[in-house]
Design a protein around this ligand. Structure first.
Ligand code: DBV
Length: 250
């Protein structure tokens, strides 16, 4: 059992319970990928496993789980809503490297600075966010250009102890995911053409930023090479542009 496996198991079980969950295609060669890294007795297998689902209102629910021993564990889990809903993205980046743990958890907004959007999708989360402030304090230094993509309820923390990840971070992950699924329950489709255009633009802004700045690019490139990594990022992890290009051709 590795650090983030219980997070993944919990998420999939909850999604199955609360949504009409269907598979989402994972391109050939990306379901599992493994490489040996390091030398001699420090050699370790790094295994990356991918998961993909879809559900009504949710275009893509996907996870990448990287397991490479006690000092390399990553779970990146994102939910991308359909383009006719104003739902935020659910984003979890749970990272354990030799330097320590790095946790990012949020409902990432389409329209960060809109007061009505904040009232709808951030206010309800603030009590949850605040309840973790004392055990999961602000993680400090954080790329300024990423700020527009996070909500005021962004949980960003660097726990010193693995025990904190297993307890408080796991509890926060559960609370955020449950609250997200409450938003999904309540979401109504958007029909107004100008609103739809704004949603599409916001989704593209987000996905382009994440694909371009993916902090895992260096790690994946070292393990699995450039070709695999770029295809994984654009063809699976952040695939909206490719999917829209297909629709436009039909
Ligand atoms: N991050 C991803 C994906 C990952 C992943 C798809 C599958 O978006 C892992 C793997 N994140 C990952 C790794 C690191 C980080 C760090 C391996 C460590 C990189 C390193 O130190 O070498 C939130 N993740 C980070 C950082 C942030 C985030 C802010 C610190 C990186 C830095 O300082 O530049 N999540 C990340 C982010 C967005 C998000 C930037 C933007 C919208 O949702």
């Amino acid at each position: 059992m590795t650090l983030y496996q219980p997070f993944l198991d919990y998420a999939i079980a909850l999604l199955q319970e609360r949504l009409d969950l269907q598979p989402y295609p994972i391109p050939d060669g990306f379901k599992t990928k493994s490489a040996m890294v390091g030398k001699g007795k420090h050699q370790d297998e790094v295994l990356t496993t991918s998961y993909g689902f879809q559900a009504p209102k949710l275009r893509q629910i996907r996870a990448a789980h990287v397991q490479g021993g006690s000092s390399l564990q990553v779970l990146n889990f994102v939910i991308f809503p359909d383009l006719n809903y104003d739902l935020p993205f659910f984003g979890a980046d749970l990272v354990t490297l030799p330097g320590g743990h790095l946790i990012a958890l949020d409902m990432q907004p389409l329209f960060r600075d809109s007061p009505t959007y904040q009232a709808k999708y951030t206010q309800p989360i603030l009590p949850i966010f605040e309840s973790y402030q004392s055990t999961l304090p602000w993680g400090g230094e954080f790329p300024e250009e990423a700020r527009p993509f996070f909500s005021p309820a962004f949980l960003w923390t660097r726990p010193q102890q693995t025990k904190v990840v297993e307890t408080h971070v796991f509890a926060a992950f559960k609370d955020y995911l449950q609250a997200y699924l409450d938003f999904v329950d309540q979401a109504e489709p958007i029909a107004h053409p100008s609103a739809l255009k704004e949603i599409e633009q916001a989704q593209l802004r987000y996905i382009r930023y994440r694909a371009e700045k993916d902090p895992a690019r260096g790690m994946f490139t070292r393990f699995y090479g450039t070709e695999w990594t770029e295809e994984y990022i654009h063809g699976f992890l952040f695939d909206l542009e490719r999917k829209l290009a297909i629709v436009d051709r039909i």
